[in-house]
Write a protein that binds this ligand. Sequence first.
Ligand code: TYD
Length: 134
Amino acid sequence: DIHNCNVVELSKIHNPAGNITIVQNNKDLPFDVKRVYYLYDVPGGSERGGHAHKGLYQLIVAASGSFDVIIDDGKQKKIIQLNRPNFGLMVIPGIWREIVNFSSGAICFVLASEKYSEDDYIRSYDEFLNYKKH
Ligand code: TYD
């Protein structure tokens, strides 16, 4: 459920010339990364997400700027603001998510446990609620 979706602090190497955050398989993540993608140039007021995954694990990071992730397990909802590049939200399978309130210039950077598969998506909220019952 949503209580298993935690914000995790990632490494940060401080440097006056700019910081570095490192994410490594088997070290900072409970899954192996098979895919990385990022959302950017998101117009103000846009809402992304609006789906759940059956098997996909994701770590969502605000690599730049900020946005809010609404997570929902069919019973409870929580809003998490991401606004620092060295913190990530773990989203486990079976969670409905919406991403809203993108700041200008925001980059939503996602590390994912599987390659893209449309079969893994649940894109209807009714279907999601039904899926959670079985
Ligand atoms: P989607 O995951 O629905 O976007 P969001 O949740 O950010 O609103 O993906 C949008 C479109 O991009 C959809 O048609 C599928 C395609 N897509 C890929 O082809 N490969 C990918 O790895 C991702 C994430 C999306």
